[in-house]
Ligand binder design. Structure first.
Ligand code: FRU
Length: 499
């Protein structure tokens, strides 16, 4: 079957279709894969089922961008072959042709999981394979010697993330292996040597471990204080209300072994919402850029196959810059939308140093469903300050902060359609400090998603909602008035109809 023939073009105006987040033109998408920057382009591959809007035999869909905001869809990069379906994985620039695939030049190598079953049985088999491209990712060749790494003793053995470790002059692979992460090293991406495992009794084991990533970041932008961050996603499990989610560890890595700085029982969640999964970071950003940028799949395995969209399914989060910061709670990973978001902002409201009394909704005139709202306010004597978004007479999503208990609540029980799954309608409560009695929030709204970045990205909440098209009102409320230091609201333009 010719894939291009079964992918109808979209005008991106369907119900719930995000306007500034990445979505496939049609059909099913899950994890982001193979993110790599090369020759001025950000590549984004993704788990893709081109024949249906539910999960199925996995391909790698492909898109490129020059600003992380506007994307150009490219033909499918990898399709299932005799070794199986193409599960998640990563891509790197092989700058020095360590593989020998590029005649001494540089090229792209994808390292991914081939998923099939053992011959004559229905027992899943997951092995690691390579594909390479000498034309900026436009065409891919599967390596003749695939698979390059097998581990028959481990059933769940997938999602390799590879990077070049300068200090030891080797490629390093982190890969999910059952309930732990295995680390392998290689000189040529083809021959892999086992180095260590990490994870037993460390962090949360509420679901199967998937999609790891490992990278180094300075703490507080101080180049002399470097820490390693290990991301690990946890699959859905019936005993866990919140479904699938992502944790991270902070520690040391010597090229072979990762050591967790925290007590093994300590769990750091990447996102406190329900809809940010399998997030990993871009490889090979130039040193002069120096950022570490994450993108996640904005859904949850609990209900991902049932969300009420037609013809397409699932979006990615906004790309986010990751920064390690010392906070009152210790060193923490923070996330903020990449600054390139400025490319699509259209100013709507700017308020500075203004007192607002309770009962007064200063935002009643705004009717939009693709917005960036940034506010820095002082709750004063108000115990409760809130923002209702995507609001109409009978629908609203409520983001409420209790200044006394310092708890942030996200309530999507009245947000719109939640009939597709019993656990979708929910109210989440998250601890969020308000240093110096200031409440600082950036909120991104894109028709069917809401991303909240509290206190400069220390507390992040990402959630889907499925409101009616005309639920587009806004309300800022408080129990006893507030003082706005600054509030900026921008409309965010469609990245599909405004190339
Ligand atoms: C995570 C995941 C990966 C796997 C892929 C299959 O969402 O389960 O572990 O490689 O999805 O689509």
């Amino acid at each position: 079957m010719d894939v291009e023939q079964v992918v109808p073009r979209s005008n991106y105006s369907e119900k719930h279709r995000p306007q500034f987040h990445f979505t496939p033109e049609s059909n099913w998408m899950n994890d982001p894969n193979g993110m790599v920057y090369f020759n001025g382009e950000y590549h984004l591959f993704y788990q893709y089922h081109p024949y249906s809007s539910v999960w199925g035999p996995m391909h790698w869909g492909h898109a490129v961008s020059i600003d992380l905001i506007h994307w150009e869809h490219l033909p499918i990069a990898l399709k299932p072959d005799q070794n199986g379906a193409i599960f998640s994985g990563s891509a790197v620039v092989d700058w020095d042709d360590t593989t020998g695939f590029f005649n001494g030049q540089s090229g792209l190598v994808a390292i991914f999981t081939h998923a099939d079953t053992y011959p004559g049985s229905d027992k899943p088999r997951q092995r690691q394979s390579l594909a390479y491209s000498s034309d900026n990712g436009r065409s891919w060749t599967l390596y003749k010697g695939n698979p390059v790494l097998s581990e028959p003793r481990i059933l769940d053995f997938r999602d390799p993330k590879v990077f070049w470790h300068k200090e030891t002059n080797r490629w390093v692979m982190v890969i999910a292996s059952g309930q732990s992460i295995s680390i392998y090293t290689s000189l040529n991406l083809i021959d892999w040597e086992f180095a260590s495992t990490f994870g037993e009794k460390e962090g949360s084991h509420q679901g199967v471990w998937e999609c790891p990533d490992l990278f180094k970041l300075p703490v507080d932008n101080d180049p002399s204080k470097q820490k390693w961050v290990l991301l690990v996603s946890l699959g859905d499990h019936p005993d866990v209300d919140s479904g699938s989610k992502t944790q991270y560890f902070i520690g040391e890595f010597d090229g072979k072994t990762f050591r967790n700085d925290h007590h093994p029982d300590h769990v750091c969640w990447l996102d406190h919402g329900r809809d940010n999964y399998a997030g990993v970071t871009w490889s090979d950003l130039p040193d002069h850029d120096g950022r570490r940028i994450l993108i996640g799949w904005m859904s949850n395995w609990r209900y991902a196959n049932e969300t009420p969209t037609e013809g397409w399914r699932s979006a990615m989060t906004i790309p986010r810059e990751l920064v390690l910061k010392s906070t009152l709670a210790g060193v923490q990973l923070t996330q903020l939308p990449v600054t390139e978001l400025k490319n699509i902002k259209e100013p709507l409201v700017l308020v500075k140093e203004q007192k607002i009394t309770s009962g007064e909704n200063v935002l009643s005139g705004i009717h939009e469903n693709t917005l960036e709202i940034t506010m820095d306010l002082n709750p004063g004597s108000s115990e409760v300050v809130g923002l209702k978004v995507l609001k109409s007479d009978n629908e609203e999503t409520v983001i409420e902060y209790n200044a006394k208990t310092e708890m942030l609540t996200f309530d999507r029980t009245q947000s719109g359609d939640s009939s597709f799954h019993a656990s979708f309608a929910c109210k989440q409560t998250i601890k969020m400090n308000s240093p110096h009695e200031r409440l600082q929030l950036t909120v991104l709204i894109d028709r069917s998603s809401i991303e909240i970045f509290g206190n400069s990205g220390e507390t992040v909440v990402t959630n889907l909602v499925f409101p009616k098209e005309d639920s587009n009102g806004l309300e800022l409320y408080s129990s006893d008035g507030i003082f706005i230091h600054s509030m900026e609201i921008n409309r965010l333009k469609s990245v599909w109809t405004n190339p």
